[in-house]
Design a protein around this ligand. Sequence first.
Ligand code: NAD
Length: 292
Amino acid sequence: MSARILEGKVFAGQFKEDARKRAAALKEKYGVQPGLAVIIVGHDPASEVYVRNKHKACEELGIYSEVIEMAEDSSKEEILARIDSLNKDAKIHGILVQLPLPKALRSSEEEILDSIDPVKDVDGFHPVNVGRMVKGEEALLPCTPHGCLKMLELAGIEIEGKKAVVVGRSNIVGKPMLHLLLARNATVTICHSRTENLPAVTREADILVAAVGCPKFITADMVKEGATVIDVGINRLPPAEPGAKGKLVGDVDFEAALEVAGAITPVPGGVGLLTVAMLMENVVQAAEMQLA
Ligand code: NAD
């Protein structure tokens, strides 16, 4: 048996189309274009690529976009002042601070992220949005796990009553994934680095989500026959020769799991594409909430 491959671009295309239509509807109804401000501090090359992709997606979908480049040695106070003025800026409906911050600012990361007005928190990291998500109230939801959930729904994968296992308990992926699946009435188990006999737990899963950050960590023998496998991991392998770029792989041994799973996301070309699409949806949702 070879699993159904859940291609990220198919789902991301639909989420973006939805965001484009909703952005156009806001323009027509209120004469307002949804706006996103991205703050990038320093010159991390991977972050610069992510920020460019977000800016490009905004342009494609009729969303106003501002990229605020701040110097590597910016102080916490300078960043907080910038966020404060964006919180008050009516053109801007969504604010995000690109992570990781430079080393000197890492200990202030929480304070910086928490200074974003919750109604503009399009990453869904603010405690107010996290609390609302846990209570099942309307909230801006973290883009990657929300994208995974919407993909499962759009792909027609049954969630209610099913056993879901999430491997990884980060605040960005694992924990919100747990709550979103729970809200859809799955029976959810969350695993982490101290979980005992992990393969026995993952083999129970009808839906298995891997968010570990370890190449090919989930092997075929850890997957239940016919399960849906969502691979969130993005890992770059060491290059085969000096100067070359290492191959991107997920947290799942894709080729082997393909023979056991019922459906599976590839890396690259899977979940990674959903994150930016969901960010666009969040900017539109934030604008809708602020204008309503
Ligand atoms: P993280 O490092 O914050 O968390 C990793 C989690 O894995 C931890 O909770 C840890 O307990 C768990 N873990 C580590 N070793 C384990 C083990 N041996 N057994 C069981 N659990 C173990 O990582 P993160 O931010 O959640 O990201 C996870 C992966 O997802 C990374 O590869 C990251 O690049 C990727 N990611 C992708 C997207 C996307 O857009 N597709 C977004 C965010 C993260």
